[in-house]
Ligand binder design. Structure first.
Ligand code: ADP
Length: 450
């Protein structure tokens, strides 16, 4: 086992990783920018190192500074969390060459899955069903038009290097195609420095279903069921739950088995998430994330497993601690992302939290680094915490969620809590009858109300 893990992240996820390390007796190193000197992950870590000024490029994304922090503290492993350098193959490679373990998959697997065109081709080869679309990148308008015509409109132009919903444009008719291509390319170039794009059939009313997997790099792999992340705004997840209210037992088993089998063939190591769109009983692969996800707690709540401890064990060379038949699922879990944002305009709302009262009780989990008197810096993602509830069934989880939302008080800043209070009143939410467009349509409709 490792002696000291450096956590190359901030906020709630840094704290989440720290807690796992502490439980298994591994020392922790927090890194932080000058904006985060007072952050909870810094206060609770065994050691901390300031790695630079507030801009992420000069701190959390700065590989030389992170390497220096490893050297100074003698950390023998790095957990990257999510975002920042978690899917940076180069970082994983540099760590390996310095004999420091990257808690994640091989740099080769990160690289393959980081290029969405290559990821899709790999998924197909491994027997995973993919969204119909162009075979690889589209290089000309003519080629794009031909592919789109064959598939039928609407189509979606997507960036090969895409992430966070950027570089994605819909063309509803042939006359939209040219502009969609141009804007997707421009957006992709600006965001990722790479303007390669590909085309997919645009699905009208799918659910976003993702399967959590674990491999040990030795050919063993299991799945931990699915999460439903269909409630999205601008392709960003807002609410996640497990199991999905849209799948039946047979579908759940089938997709889990397909994914676990593919990961065995790939000899995948560590935690990963294979994302699908699901429509009319069919699954279509869209991408794979080679890291821990924001929404991993809902899986933990229904399986009783600690995904971060499992990640650390596997990175330290252990085999999977479970076989597929040992994994059991109990009850239902829902996560709400608490962002420091206006609940309707979604304008970021950094600043001082003047009052903080989180909910508690049976089946309630709040993952957050926030506290009363904490000043949220304006430099980073607006996620300040996650409220996760667990119940014997979906109905109990929803009732518990309603109760928790009424108990949660955060003063001094705007948060997304009022949005969730409205959502739990909606019958479609109560019935689990929503697809990836539901939230956008709901927001549009409520904007029009006086
Ligand atoms: P990113 O890596 O930018 O998050 P994804 O490929 O994971 O991009 O897609 C993000 C979201 O965009 C999906 O959850 C879904 O809401 C929407 N989306 C992606 N592909 C399609 C498609 N072919 N048809 C309809 N919606 C899509």
């Amino acid at each position: 086992m490792f002696e000291k893990v450096l956590i190359a992240n901030r906020g709630e996820i840094a704290l989440r990783i720290l807690r796992a390390c502490r439980e298994i007796g591994v020392a922790t190193v927090a890194v932080h920018s000058t904006a985060d000197a007072e952050a909870m992950h810094v206060r609770l870590a065994d050691e901390s190192v300031c790695i630079g000024p507030p801009p992420a490029a000069e701190s959390y994304l700065n590989i030389p500074r992170l390497m220096a922090a490893c050297e100074i503290t003698g950390a023998d492993a790095v957990h990257p969390g999510y975002g920042f350098l978690s899917e940076n193959a180069r970082f994983a490679e540099i760590l390996e060459t310095h004999d420091i373990t990257f808690i994640g998959p091989t740099s080769e697997h990160i690289r393959i899955m980081g290029d969405k065109i290559e990821a899709k081709a790999t998924a197909k080869r491994l027997g995973i069903p993919v969204v119909p679309g162009s075979d690889g990148a589209v290089t000309s308008e003519k080629q794009a038009a031909a592919v789109a015509k064959e598939m039928g409109y609407p189509v979606l132009i997507k960036a090969a290097a895409g992430g966070g919903g950027r570089g994605m444009k819909v063309a509803h008719r042939p006359e939209d195609l040219d502009i969609a291509l141009k804007t997707a390319r421009a957006e992709a170039k600006a965001a990722f420095g790479d303007d390669s794009v590909y085309i997919e059939k645009y699905l009208a009313k799918p659910r976003h279903i993702e399967v959590q997997v674990f491999g040990d790099g030795k050919g063993n792999a299991i799945h931990l069921g699915e999460r439903d992340c269909s409630l999205q705004r601008r392709h960003q997840k807002v609410w996640e739950e497990a199991p999905s209210p849209g799948l039946n037992v047979e579908e759940r088993k089938r997709i889990g088995a397909v994914v676990a089998d593919a990961m065995r063939k790939l000899k995948y190591r560590g935690a990963g998430t294979v994302e699908f769109l699901y429509e009319d009983g069919q699954f279509f692969f869209i991408e794979m994330n080679t890291r821990l996800q924001v929404e991993h707690p809902v899986t933990e709540m229904i399986t009783g497993l600690d995904l971060v401890i499992e990640q650390i064990r596997i990175a330290a060379g252990a085999s999977l601690s479970l076989k597929q038949e040992d994994v059991t699922f109990a009850g239902h879990a829902i996560e709400c992302r608490i962002n420091a944002e206006h609940p309707r305009t979604f304008r970021p709302s950094p600043g001082m939290i003047t009052y903080w009262h989180p909910p508690g009780g049976l089946g309630v989990r709040v993952d957050s680094g926030a506290y009363q008197g904490y000043r949220i810096p304006p430099n980073y993602d607006s996620l300040i915490g996650k409220l996760i509830v667990h119940g014997k069934n979906r109905n109990e989880a929803l009732m518990r969620l309603r109760r928790c939302l009424s108990e949660f008080v955060i003063d001094g800043i705007d948060t997304t809590i009022p949005l969730f209070k409205d959502l739990v009143k909606e019958s479609d939410i109560a019935n689990g009858a929503y697809d990836i467009h539901w939230l956008e349509n709901y927001l549009k409709a409520s904007e029009q109300k006086p």
